[in-house]
Design a binder for this molecule. Structure first.
Ligand code: CA
Length: 713
């Protein structure tokens, strides 16, 4: 129900408080959140992932247990997909998104479904997604719910019924590999959406739409196009001066924006983090170098007209996949005796940035993780000072911290205004950066120009290894003081890599091993662990209904940097079924998912194998299929991909006979595209597919023979 202006004026005159319709979020509610609610992905407009609710506290947390769960399995295809969104809760109604852009509205007290929205995506778009068919959340505004779909639409739903009111095609072209995994952001009178795809070679941009009509209002490209075609605006003209005029414009440049943005209603500024380059090596992209604005930057934009107000580039001339799309947190901090309105971000590059969010002035940039590409950030120029490790890896590979997975990925960090600490899912990983020898953009495959096969081969850079720790990976929950620029405590046990939630005394964090852990916000002492049997990557949310505090989290594993499933991941033991799990005090035991079942190799088809085709097929398999389906043993010589990883996608060495019969129709004809297996007819020929098939049948025959031998046949 909506109120007419007359009713609103009357209500104001009479001095009575206007009651908002149930589930209603507006400027007032986002600025002055009631403690019981969680009205944006990060809680309120400051996006701190913090709630003042404190019934679950140091003393009571031992009583935390299971309240309810909701089945959020992906109904498209049979591959479990990662869940990454933080649920929004208002007046006891939970709104959140799952894989592909599904949206769920639930009774937040019971988990009972109110409605579910199926975005009816073109599932073949999952081939274009570097890191699974994930979705990072919805925006709820004045009775509407907004979501981006993997295949590029911004959709507006009726908040009461889930009925689709409008859908807008946000893609400027569909012949390159754009996808949407990002959440929409409401700012003033618009809803903004970005996109993903820099690994495949696209030109990033964001678009703003009218909140009600869905009419496009403005578009801001993040990197310039070929200057021969002119510039969209002054910002693009300025940015183009930092690119070689003879850049590889076909490769798109990258810069895609897919993370959690923020909006300050008082300053009327929209804050957007931008992504990595495309391709990574600048000598392929912009041969003479340059800063390549606005890659890996934080942009402040006037949402009324899409004009750039200020920008700060974290990684000039980006060559390491150092996206700055990690969640942006707003806070008012006491710095040098004055209160500063700041914006904080811990991007992949390992520096923690504090910026004045009105002006973009750099207030602090300290290493929060192991970083060797730069020694420090020069506070006068705002630029990182590169070390020998940070030089171009054109002629020799470089050992670099952090890795392309970043010192901090998309799982949200949180800020507790009481302790003054930021809680970061932090990761230390060294990587050997090696470029491919040559580069040209090719359809249907990774276009980063990065030689993945070398990334963990530390031997080849042994001269750059100076300490024992130089080749070691660790993951931690890190408590960071943004004012002093120093770590306060760090916990490195139990795979703490999920997003964090803060409450006055506690920090909540999920793990891929299937736990939701609760820590003392001051000391980092682990106070409680709840085993769910499902890997948790998303940040949790907390809210109150009828005087009871709840903590809810989306559980479901998948997506980079977790597409490579470590042995400790819960999915090796339990089926990786997407679920929303809710906890409360005096709750019960969390039900565990069914056990994972290993499928034995079925009898292979009786096919005469051609060994030349097997060799050719193995190369093609690694170039086009391995990234999703996983690999078998060592990669072929000269492959730019590493040895095989585990995968949730169908194991192609275990295809039943009826699938073998239609192998060509699957790969070229796209007959399984509605399950997420795209047609590769644009990039593969019939003889290529035959070669891949010979390679797979050979592997299946060998495995089957071994099985029979083991069984004593
Ligand atoms: Ca990337």
């Amino acid at each position: 129900m909506k109120y007419s202006p007359m009713v609103l004026i009357l209500a104001l005159l009479l001095g009575c408080e206007q009651k908002k319709p149930t589930g209603w979020i507006d400027a007032d509610r986002i600025m002055h959140r009631e403690a019981k609610d969680w009205v944006s992905l990060g809680g309120d407009y400051k996006e701190q992932h913090y709630s003042p609710l404190n019934k679950i506290n140091i003393k009571t947390v031992s009583q935390l247990g299971f309240a309810w769960e909701y089945d959020a399995r992906s109904p498209i295809g049979r591959v479990p997909r990662g869940l990454e969104a933080t649920p929004i809760v208002v007046d006891g109604i939970m709104y959140t998104s799952g894989a592909w852009g599904f949206v769920y509205a639930l009774d937040a007290k019971t988990g009972k479904e109110i409605w579910k929205y199926n975005p009816k995506v073109d599932a073949s778009y999952v081939r274009k997604a570097c890191c699974d068919a994930v979705n990072r959340g919805v925006a709820v505004w004045e009775g509407y719910v907004y979501v981006g779909t993997l295949d590029g639409y911004l959709v507006c739903l009726d908040g009461k019924t889930g009925t689709e009111l409008w859908r807008k095609d946000t893609f400027v072209r569909r012949d390159v590999d754009y996808t949407i995994t990002s959440p929409p952001q409401v700012a003033g009178n618009i809803v903004m959406i970005g996109n993903s795809g820099a690994e495949f070679g696209v030109r990033g941009y964001i678009t703003a739409y009218d909140l009600k009509s869905g009419e496009a209002q403005w578009r801001f490209f993040i990197v310039p196009g070929d200057p021969k075609n002119g510039f969209e605006n002054e910002a693009m003209e300025m940015a183009s001066k930092t690119w070689d005029p003879n850049s590889d414009w076909e490769a798109g440049g990258g810069g895609t924006s897919w993370g959690q943005s923020a909006y300050d209603p008082e300053l009327n500024l929209l804050y957007v983090g931008t992504g990595n380059s495309s391709p990574y090596p600048i000598w392929f992209r912009s041969p003479s170098g340059g800063d390549n604005l606005f890659l890996a930057s934080i942009l402040a934009i006037n949402p009324d007209n899409g004009k750039l107000i200020w920008h700060y580039q974290t990684t000039p001339g980006e060559i390491w996949d150092y996206t700055a799309t990690m969640n942006i947190v707003l806070a008012d901090l006491e710095i040098g005796g004055t209160t500063r309105k700041v914006l904080m971000q811990a991007p992949k590059n390992g520096f923690f940035y504090v910026l004045d969010r009105a002006t973009g002035e750099l207030l602090s940039a300290e290493k929060f993780s192991r970083v060797n590409w730069a020694s420090h950030v020069d506070m006068k120029t705002g630029r990182p000072v590169l070390t020998e490790h940070g030089q171009w890896y054109k002629d020799e590979p470089k050992l670099v911290f952090p890795s392309l997975g970043g010192a901090h990925g998309w799982p949200p960090m949180s800020f507790n205004p009481g302790t003054g600490l930021v809680y970061i899912p932090e990761r230390v990983e060294p990587m050997v950066y090696t470029a491919t020898k040559t580069y040209s953009w090719m359809p249907d495959r990774d276009n980063t120009g990065f030689d993945y096969s070398q990334m963990y081969k530390y031997k080849q850079v042994i001269n750059q290894v100076k300490e024992a720790e130089d080749t070691i990976t660790t993951e931690s929950l890190l408590a960071w003081n943004p004012i002093t620029g120093k770590a306060v405590w760090k916990i490195s046990d139990g795979a703490p890599n999920g997003g964090t939630l803060s409450t006055p005394e506690l920090v909540f964090q999920g793990t891929r091993t299937g736990y939701l852990n609760v820590y003392d916000a001051k000391t980092g002492e682990k106070l409680k662990e709840l085993f769910t049997g499902t890997g948790i990557m998303a940040g949790a949310t907390t809210y109150e209904i009828d005087g009871e505090q709840y903590v809810a989290v989306m559980a479901g594993y998948g997506g980079a940097p977790t597409d490579y499933f470590p042995q400790d991941a819960a999915l090796h033991q339990y089926q990786n079924n997407g679920r929303i799990i809710c906890f409360k005090l005096n709750g019960g035991e969390t039900p565990l998912p069914p056990r994972t079942v290993k499928i034995p190799t079925p009898e292979p088809p009786d096919m005469k194998i051609n060994s030349a085709l097997v060799d050719r097929g193995s190369v093609l398999y690694w170039d086009y299929c391995e990234v999703c389906h996983g690999g078998f043993g060592e990669p072929p010589p000269n492959s730019t991909w590493p040895e095989g990883h585990m995968s949730q996608h169908p194991d192609l060495s275990k295809m039943p006979k009826d699938v073998h019969k239609v192998f060509k129709e699957i790969v070229l004809g796209g007959i399984f595209s509605s399950a997420g297996m795209a047609s590769f007819s644009r990039s593969l020929k019939e003889e290529d597919v035959e070669a891949i098939h010979h390679y797979l049948v050979k592997i299946q025959q060998d495995a089957y023979d071994q099985l029979k031998k083991a069984a004593g046949d």
